[in-house]
Design a protein around this ligand. Structure first.
Ligand code: GLP
Length: 241
């Protein structure tokens, strides 16, 4: 595990974007696992800026996103499909046909989860997985549970996660109760994992995940076992270490 300490959000976004850029330059047809939430927004903005300068080419890149809310259409402004288009895909030359996100509207839950696992398999796995961190230590939408999850699956969101995400919705009642997420196993199978974390509200989760025992109650803690895991965090997020 490698920890890069950045002085603030802008510096951490630059550091993370540098690591992703290196991946895209070294392997132009790489498979990027992508994340939503506020943490990676600055990273995406930096990648867009470098793309516009002509330093990056995403034309061969393939992407798989971690998760999607159940019941939100891809055009709903809080769906993760919409988030990815507005925060990244619409501003770079990635081929939309090469981007993948679980479908939160597909009626058959089991069929959709199996389809998504096949997408990941058919791509040959993930070269670099970008992650945020939930305040309760979740990754993707893999919430604290009795076991680490295997395969894409549907989860019931914890109240803490719905509460943390309610800032994007008119009220907590509008926050979906369920989501479909890549499994912890698939995240762990990515060849390289990069987490971005910012702000004092992530400090406890970072301490628990990376300086405490590996436990299903803190899903991110399993990343301690990953052979190529990098955490890029700002000073506030690292303040309890
Ligand atoms: C959501 C997403 C996660 C993300 C987390 C933290 O629950 N499913 O992938 O890491 O929020 O979000 P933020 O970066 O906004 O704190």
């Amino acid at each position: 595990m490698k920890i890069i300490s950045a002085k603030d959000y802008q510096a951490l976004s630059r550091a993370a974007a540098n690591i992703i850029s290196a991946q895209v330059i070294l392997k132009p047809s790489c498979v990027l696992g992508l994340a939503t939430g506020s943490s990676p927004v600055g990273t995406y903005q930096q990648l867009i800026e470098w793309y516009k300068k002509g330093d990056l080419d995403f034309s061969q890149v393939r992407t798989v996103n971690l998760d999607e809310y159940v019941g939100l259409d891809k055009d709903h402004d809080q769906s993760y499909a919409y988030f990815m288009r507005t925060n990244l895909f619409d501003h770079i030359n990635v081929d939309p046909a090469n981007t993948n996100i679980p479908d939160g509207m597909a009626p058959d839950e089991a069929e959709e989860c199996a389809r998504y696992d096949k997408v990941i398999r058919d791509l040959g796995g993930i070269d670099l997985q970008l992650l945020g961190l939930g305040v309760n230590g979740h990754i993707g939408f893999n919430e604290p549970a009795d076991a680490f999850s295997t395969g894409t699956h549907q989860v019931t969101l914890t109240e803490s996660t719905r509460d943390a995400n309610k800032r994007f919705f008119a009220s907590i009642d509008e926050v979906p109760t369920h989501a479909r997420t890549m499994g912890t196993r698939e995240i762990l199978q990515a060849r390289r994992v990069l987490m971005v974390a910012s702000g004092a509200n992530k400090a406890q989760a970072i301490k628990d995940a990376f300086f405490g025992p590996v436990t299903t109650q803190v899903p991110a803690s399993i990343l301690q076992y990953h052979p190529d895991f990098t955490l890029v965090a700002d000073e506030a997020a690292l303040s309890l270490l």
